[in-house]
Design a protein around this ligand. Sequence first.
Ligand code: NAD
Length: 248
Amino acid sequence: MGDAAGLLRDAGRVTVLTGAGISTDSGIPDFRGPNGLWTRNPSAQRMSSLQDYVADPEVRKRAWQSRKEHPAWSAQPNDGHHALVDLERSGRLVALLTQNIDELHQRAGSSRDRVVELHGTIWWAVCLTCGVKTPMGDVLPRLDEEPDPGCTLCGGILKSATISFGQALDPDVLDRSARAARDCDVFLVVGSSLTVHPAAGLCDVAVMAGADLVIVNAEPTPYDSLAAAVVRAPIGDILPALVRDAVA
Ligand code: NAD
């Protein structure tokens, strides 16, 4: 962890970008890791395409079943999530940008106003027609009777409040994330393949603004060559050690 530890120790301001890899120790599979959902079943990607979701009721029914069975409902935060709470308590965390939809950062104790959910949250559903949001806990019990539940207000198509492929990110969320990427000494990426844009492009934003990019991920990423330090190790072991060392 050599260089990464030194960079984090010297950094007054750290912005973190997390991906699915920080939640695998909590029992939530990632998409592209060796045991990832898409690695094992490439056709599952269709459920993540907005176009297919809107066009095909069968895709929606499968997507809702998969939401119902999602491990996030019972998952607990792990040592990686808790380490980022410690980083925040040290006063160095500018923002915690996450591509995850599981809310495990907030449940670990990260402040809601520091966590920026780039890809939304599975804990809410949204109507694609009228935009009204409903707690997911009110929608899932309807699935036995209505495998493709509609909006109770306007009858429109309901979807979890997450960003699918083909769907634009909330411009305010993206703007806030870009500002946090520009406003740090170290941009720390944890558990992301850095293949999903525009989230991955925040690395470019940070480096162009003068930050050191530090990547903690088991597998190589397209941004490794831009990074000041790359740590290829299990997050649950290395992240608590890096944070302990940095805040000591
Ligand atoms: P990804 O699946 O593309 O990549 C995850 C990376 O994490 C992989 O490179 C893998 O090698 C690494 N990894 C997994 N477990 C690790 C561990 N314990 N230690 C070290 N490295 C580990 O994930 P992504 O880059 O976040 O992009 C996928 C998209 O999928 C995101 O948009 C996200 O919204 C969504 N997603 C979210 C969740 C979640 O909320 N937990 C789960 C699956 C997918």
